[in-house]
Design a protein around this ligand. Structure first.
Ligand SMILES: *Cc1c(COP(=O)(O)O)cnc(C)c1O
Length: 385
């Protein structure tokens, strides 16, 4: 199936809604039945046919089909946020006494789930440097159930060899989940490499307009049924019909947005790599990337997130740089139409307070502006420090 067929047509039964080019928003909570026997039959099929909107909804089902096809998965579920999708995928597959291996420095709230939430319920988690498969192998226990990866990870964009992790997991009967938000379903498909489940913060590239929170989880039909019947229904974090519709709308332009973002980012990164006030660039497609081979193997094309370390003498200088930028907005998140910066130093009081990120680090999310406009803006901001 080609990508434009998936995005423009798959899952859309236009004849069922007056051949309207876009699907309706099924803004209903429940479905009515002709008689008790139909109702009895349909409650058994709650995980397959819309019955009550905390479960399935026809607008969401169109999105599910498209996302599953893009990720080369059998099935997908859509959630109210990326974090809900991640949490549901993990929680559905562990219980008290189990052990998880998770890549270190994942997205902040994945980290919170792994280091604080799960231990409260007696699930042990080992956080490992994901650059080397040996680090996963060396913490394997008898009770290990699951490996959680995020490749590339947040802020420092280190990759894990997903095929090697999938093989190691299969040998030891472990389940694997990958947060694939960085690459989008267009530029990396972990399921093709043997990974079991893929999660996305669809808030980022899939929606792409900074106006809707959403998450997706993909895997086999059996895995998605398991999640549906447990965490999906009990935690109730489904994507609303209106949000499903917004996501369908955002998805229509994903390929063209990513193409533009990738081209602009390549130019900006090359500008930054040669700038005297930049100490280091963290980006899988950077010329100096130590994991170049893995980039070639796993990532199809550049996207728009990277970090730099600024050659600054103080947090104050980093702040001056960020405050002087005019076209880049200061905000968390990424993946929208607008370019953003997020300085690590807002988490710190002074340069001595070292946490996991350097105080002079600034994370970028590139949007749809003209590259020369962004480069000019960076140029004038660097000239202030
Ligand atoms: C933003 C983000 C999430 C969380 O997604 P939400 O939609 O905000 O819940 C998870 N993983 C990564 C890599 C992210 O960047």
């Amino acid at each position: 199936m080609d990508i434009s067929y998936i995005i423009n047509h798959l899952g859309e039964d236009r004849e069922n809604y007056f051949n309207s080019v876009t699907p309706p928003i099924y803004q209903n909570v429940m479905y009515t039945f002709q008689n008790t026997s139909e109702m009895r039959e349909r409650i058994q099929l709650e995980s397959e046919i819309p019955f009550y909107t905390r479960g399935l909804n026809p607008t969401g089902d169109i999105l599910r089909k498209k996302i599953a096809a893009l990720e080369k998965a059998e099935d997908a579920l859509v959630f109210a946020s990326g974090v809900t999708a991640i949490s549901a995928g993990v929680l559905a597959n562990v219980q008290t006494g189990d052990h998880i291996i998770c890549v270190q420095k994942p997205y902040a709230w994945t980290n919170r789930l792994m280091t604080e939430w799960l231990p409260r319920f007696g699930v042990e988690v080992s956080m490992v440097n994901g650059v080397d498969l040996e680090n996963f192998q060396s913490v394997l226990q008898k009770n290990t159930k699951l490996i959680f990866s995020e490749s590339p990870n947040s802020w420092t964009f280190e990759q894990q060899d997903l095929e090697a992790i999938a093989n190691f997991a299969k040998e030891n009967k472990l389940l694997t989940i990958v947060d694939n938000s960085f690459a989008s379903p267009l530029y990396q498909n972990p399921i093709e490499l043997g990974i079991d489940m893929v999660a996305h913060s669809a808030t980022k590239y899939i929606n792409g307009h900074s106006d809707a929170l959403a998450g997706v989880l993909c895997g086999t039909k059996e895995m998605m049924q398991k999640v549906f019947k447990s965490e999906y229904m009990t935690l109730g974090g489904m994507l609303s019909p209106f949000h499903s519709w917004l996501l369908l709308r955002g998805l229509r332009t994903l390929p063209i947005r990513l193409k533009q973002v990738g081209e602009t980012t390549t130019q900006i990164v090359s500008f930054l790599e040669n700038h005297p006030k930049v100490l280091k660039v963290y980006y899988p497609f950077s010329n100096n990337e130590p994991q170049k081979e893995l980039t070639k193997k796993q990532l199809k094309s550049p996207t728009g997130q990277f970090s730099i370390e600024i050659k600054a003498n103080s947090i104050e200088e980093v702040e001056t740089f960020c405050d002087t930028l005019q076209r880049f907005l200061l905000a968390v998140s990424w993946g929208g139409y607008e370019s953003l910066v997020f300085p690590a130093c807002i988490l710190y009081q002074n340069e001595q307070e070292t946490q996991s990120l350097p105080w002079n680090m600034v994370r970028f999310g590139i949007g749809l502006e003209e590259p020369e406009v962004l480069i000019k803006d960076l140029e004038q901001a660097f000239s202030q420090i």
